[in-house]
Design a protein around this ligand. Structure first.
Ligand code: F6P
Length: 358
């Protein structure tokens, strides 16, 4: 049985992409006569016909490697059907590359935007299989995406280090964790790092409530406070604004959630507060052991789906089972932190504040 497989990574990179690429390709080479075409820089490569025929050895030695050997790019889904100044019909161009390459299927590794385009291509008649990647863990239909646990380890490591310096100086330290829409990474690393306050986009906060926590800790002779804030966290006032308006305001101000919270607390409580933004460090470097295993499991399941000609799906983790969902059921459905999520109530029961009124 022969299969020509195109493979691409799209959207923001994360640790585990190479491990997943290795998982798919290695299992494919083992299971059937596979020819792999690596498409460069995500959908851009598919649109522009930028790809290369890969050899098996190119997928060797990449298990522990961060980033993606295929390159990646953000190609916003909302522009996919829009013909811009370059006059390129992007959907037609992607279909043309797929046909010219005589692909049996296209494997796309990515997050929400990637899956929307994967579904579009599936609806256009291409055989597509998705793999769920993102440090944000905000892809519907899977318990975890690969990349999330590594980013959690990194963010937790940052909080741990901040803890010791915060305690030494008796400071309030505000650490900004990645996640513009979804607070999973902040929630989990905040719990893992023993944060006193966790602020996430899904639960708008009141700065006065955060200030109360800082004051209470000071009264109880805890001279320092650790606050984990998601980059997309917002106060109640901002939450009432229209999304576009809020985003434009933030862009114009070069907004930083951590800097904002830290400066407000300095003024309100008179504490010495510092903001820390680890930024893209959270997406860099080698995947954790958990993510290596998950990426490998996802990759191998994708190869099994190719063998079985089961297309129009994306791989998922449910409980401890590797399975798959129909692309049409999950594409475009973001998975945000429900306000009654068990981890939220566990954090609340631990006395962690979300900056809400008591
Ligand atoms: O989607 C992953 C993510 O790291 C988000 O957490 C973050 O908001 C965004 O990407 C940053 O995007 P960029 O790498 O394009 O700056």
């Amino acid at each position: 049985m022969k299969r020509r497989i195109g493979i691409l990574t799209s959207g923001g990179d994360c640790p585990g992409l190479n491990a997943a690429i290795r998982g798919v390709t290695r299992a494919a080479y083992e299971m059937f006569d596979a020819e792999i075409i690596g498409i460069h820089d995500g959908y851009r490569g598919l649109i522009e016909g930028d790809y290369s025929l890969m050899t098996r050895s190119q997928f060797s030695g990449i298990l522990t490697l961060g980033g993606t050997i295929l390159g990646t790019a953000r190609t916003p889904f909302r522009n996919m059907r829009v013909i811009g100044e370059d006059k390129i019909d992007k959907v037609a161009a992607m279909k043309k590359t797929y046909k010219e390459l005589k692909l049996d299927c296209l494997v796309t590794l990515g997050g929400n935007g990637t899956h929307k385009t994967a579904n579009l291509l599936s609806e256009e008649g291409l055989n597509v299989i998705g793999l769920p990647k993102t440090i944000d863990n905000d892809l519907y239909g899977t318990d975890f995406t690969f990349g999330f646990h590594t980013a959690m380890d990194i963010a937790t490591g940052v909080i741990d280090r901040i803890h010791t310096t915060a305690a030494s100086h008796g400071r309030t330290m505000v650490i900004e964790i990645m996640g513009n829409k979804a607070g999973w990474l902040t929630l989990y690393s905040g719990v893992a790092g023993g944060a006193d306050v966790i602020l996430i986009p899904e639960i708008p906060y009141e700065i006065e409530e955060v200030a109360k926590v800082v004051e209470k800790r000071a009264k109880n002779n805890k001279g320092f406070t650790i606050i984990a804030v998601a980059e997309g966290a917002m106060n109640r006032k901002e939450a009432k604004m229209k999304k576009k308006e809020r985003e434009a305001k933030r862009a114009a101000e070069h907004y930083s959630a951590a800097a904002d919270v830290a400066s407000q607390l300095s003024e309100m409580v008179g504490v010495e507060a510092r903001a820390v933004v680890p930024g893209h460090i959270q997406r860099g470097g080698s995947p954790s052991a958990y993510d290596r295993v998950l990426s490998t499991q996802f990759g191998v399941h994708a190869a099994e789906l190719i063998r079985d000609e089961c297309y129009g799906v994306t791989v998922a983790l449910k409980g401890n089972q590797i399975t798959h969902n129909a692309l049409k059921d999950i594409a475009g459905v973001p998975k945000l932190v429900p306000t009654d999520d068990q981890m939220v109530s566990i954090a609340r029961d631990m006395g962690i504040s979300f900056g809400e009124k008591e």
